[in-house]
Design a protein around this ligand. Structure first.
Ligand SMILES: Nc1ncnc2c1ncn2[C@@H]1O[C@H](COP(=O)(O)OP(=O)(O)O)[C@@H](O)[C@H]1O
Ligand SMILES: [Mg+2]
Length: 411
């Protein structure tokens, strides 16, 4: 085909633009005939809205699924995971096995053995009564309140007393009645108060995950995630409850701290983290932790797969936020559908450039022209620094006698 590939982007960042330019692609506007659109989530939703009447042709692909919010909105992610577990339970699936745990208060609670992947969470105001019931089981616990419609640590606070929540709801003039629109609602999650610390500091992991199809599920994990560190030492004392430099690992929060180091940006690569863990805790527990994280990601995707609009023109790169506690158990904190492409350090810039480069090479067929009809089976070379986390189509082929791959374990 002699026609040049065209691209359109809502985000005029050099890590994106330079990747397209290097491929010799031509920039066009959203109204023109683009082949590849790096869009904002809102613009993608507009394109797919029925009122718009836009019809994509086979040579057009876009970087979001129209209802990405099923996984990226904090309340919907939790709702979908809860529903997924209940459905497995109803089927009598052993994945949904439960066990009783004794809380520090002496009270007994039930938890999923294999799918305890998110901290106990309720949506407020809708689940207020359920929250109070859970709160009373361990009144000494700390909880974290997060607005469903915000990001980058905005509007987040910790509470350790029910009276504080009531006071907040009065002062914020947010009456807890269930009719409140979901935009104004909050999630309240058990605060993981025993995070794994390195150098006395809390951190979480940011992993990048590319999904090219939800049914069958095809997901790829980028090798170069990183840990995001707090700038000050972790401290659980009540006086530090409002100190977000202690509790929130968002770079957008920490970069305003006086201790912020702009050379490393409070970041450590996943590879170095892995080496650190192997050195301090041993190889087998490290391997188990990484396997558990892969498990968590696969099941969070399976939880939303049935509700996702699985349009073949779409792919999406998610930023997973994962906290590891000091028993080396990973917890899913949230999934971002537009992970930051802001580069705070030199290494960051290299990483993000490579991320975009690898995304393009996975989602575009071997002939280099976007095509929604393609079978979405990238070659090993095209994967670059992505590894196949799960490909249900390939798994099915294996069942029919083809060579087994590592993703067989997620059946
Ligand atoms: N349940 C939790 N326990 C401990 N820390 C948490 C918990 N939830 C969130 N955090 C901390 O708060 C940060 C921001 O929370 P997150 O859900 O990612 O919201 P945002 O959209 O603002 O990034 C996380 O990166 C993590 O450091
Ligand atoms: Mg986050």
């Amino acid at each position: 085909m002699d026609k040049r590939v065209t691209y359109c982007t809502d985000l005029e960042k050099s890590v994106i633009m330079s990747n397209f330019e290097r491929r010799g692609w031509i920039q066009v506007g959203p109204e023109d005939e683009w082949n590849f659109y790096w869009s904002f989530t809102q613009n993608c939703r507009n394109i797919f809205s029925i009122d718009n009447g836009y019809r994509m042709n086979d040579n057009q692909i876009i970087n979001h699924f129209p209802n990405h919010y099923e996984i990226s909105r904090k309340d919907l992610l939790v709702k979908n995971i809860k529903r997924y577990r209940k459905e497995l339970e109803k089927e009598g699936n052993p994945l949904a096995e439960k066990m009783e745990v004794v809380l520090p208060s002496g009270q007994v609670a039930t938890r999923y053995v294999h799918l305890d992947i998110i901290p106990v969470t309720y949506v407020l105001p809708a689940d207020y009564n359920m929250f109070v019931e859970e709160y009373r089981k361990s009144p000494q616990s700390t909880w974290i309140m997060k607005p469903c419609g915000k990001s980058q640590g905005t509007g987040i606070f910790l509470i350790n007393k029910l009276s504080k929540l009531k006071k907040w709801s009065r002062e914020a003039k947010i009456p807890f009645h269930p009719q409140l629109s979901s935009k104004e609602s909050y999630v309240i999650s058990r605060y993981i108060d025993n995070p794994l610390l390195i150098g006395g500091k809390k951190f979480d992991l940011r992993l990048y995950l590319l999904v090219t199809s939800f049914r069958p599920l095809k997901a790829y994990l980028f090798k170069h995630g990183f840990c995001r560190f707090c700038t000050v030492k972790y401290d659980t004392s009540v006086t530090e409850l409002d100190n977000m430099y202690v509790h929130l690992t968002n770079v957008s929060v920490q970069r305003h701290g006086v201790e912020y180091n702009s050379l490393h940006g409070g970041k450590m690569s996943v590879q170095n983290f892995r080496l650190y863990l192997e050195g301090t805790r041993g190889r087998s527990v490290t391997e188990k932790l990484f396997a558990d994280m892969h498990w968590l990601i696969v099941h969070s995707l399976k939880a939303v797969a049935p509700v996702m609009a699985n349009d073949r023109h779409c792919f999406e790169c998610y930023g997973y936020d994962i906290i590891i506690d000091n028993t080396l158990k990973p917890w899913l904190v949230e999934v971002n559908a537009s992970p930051s492409l802001q580069s705070t350090t030199h290494n960051d810039r290299i990483l993000k450039y490579k991320l975009i480069d690898n995304i393009i090479s996975v989602v575009v067929p071997p002939d280099g022209i976007p095509d929604a009809r393609w079978n979405k089976i990238p070659s090993v070379e095209a994967l670059g620094d992505f590894e196949v986390l799960i490909d249900e189509e390939l798994m099915e082929k294996e069942e029919n006698g083809c060579r087994p791959t590592k993703n067989s374990r997620y059946r």
